[in-house]
Design a protein around this ligand. Structure first.
Ligand SMILES: Nc1ncnc2c1ncn2[C@@H]1O[C@H](COP(=O)(O)OP(=O)(O)OP(=O)(O)O)[C@@H](O)[C@H]1O
Ligand SMILES: [Mg+2]
Length: 216
């Protein structure tokens, strides 16, 4: 479902990803680990096609980084849910509106949006926060809303970049458990993390990035 074929993506000499080749199957759960500056975020951004390789190709579902047209990028992103480390919620919209946004963008009907957003809020157990603004939420709650915004699109894969980076152990465990639950329902998950204690015994595959070299 996701294929990195000899991918090199560098910004400055000596930094980036080099000759990365690996595959991620439908429905897999994969942790991406490696030290700061190793290339984990670059790897995720390549899947989201926020950046493109200068050598090799990234294939996500039917989209190929070397052939995709600008107008197809929103179609790709319907299938890929991104959870950013810094949440990136819109501060002037409440929780409901933040989660509804990707559905509004694709022109879905009001009633359909309402039902989908409430379904996700329910699933993640945050329905009581629907009318709160991001500034009225804790860091853990904001991260859950950010996750809700990614899953409401019903993507084939969720990319989570250090989703527990700013959270206490209890909230971190909650986020991981939610991701595992979503994965059980068939969505692939790729999660970059430094939190080795949290992720070590979960029985999922590891991909290691060290100095831009990928193994696993
Ligand atoms: N837009 C950019 N311009 C220049 N260099 C960049 C850019 N993005 C990333 N890099 C460089 O690429 C390398 C890998 O960055 P990346 O963000 O993927 O690291 P990371 O593994 O996610 O690290 P962290 O664990 O700290 O999040 C770093 O050395 C970084 O400085
Ligand atoms: Mg990073």
């Amino acid at each position: 479902m996701i294929w990195f074929d000899n991918v090199t993506c560098t910004f400055v000499k000596g930094a980036g990803l080099f000759d990365a080749t690996f595959e991620i199957e439908k429905g897999e759960f994969v942790f991406v680990i490696g030290p700061t500056g190793a290339g984990k975020t670059i790897l995720l951004k390549l899947v989201y096609m926020e950046i493109f390789p200068e050598k090799g190709k990234v294939v996500v579902d039917k989209y190929n980084s070397s052939k995709i047209k600008q107008r197809q990028i929103p179609l790709l992103r319907r299938k890929v849910g991104m959870v950013f480390q810094e949440f990136e919620l819109l501060s002037d919209r409440n929780v409901f509106e933040n989660i509804a946004l990707p559905l509004r963008v694709r022109g879905e009907k009001k009633r359909e949006i309402k039902s989908k957003v409430y379904h996700v809020l329910d699933e993640l157990d945050i329905s009581n926060k629907a009318s709160h603004y991001p500034s009225e939420l804790s860091g853990g709650e904001q991260q859950i809303v950010s996750l809700a915004r990614a899953i409401v699109k019903d993507p084939i894969v969720i990319l989570a970049d250090e989703p527990t980076g700013n959270l206490d152990p209890v909230s971190s465990f909650k986020i991981l458990t939610l991701l595992e639950q979503i994965n059980k329902e068939g969505t692939a998950v790729i999660m970059a993390s430094h939190n080795y204690n949290l992720i070590k015994d979960r029985g999922h595959r590891f991909i290691e990035v060290v100095d831009g070299r990928v193994s696993g």
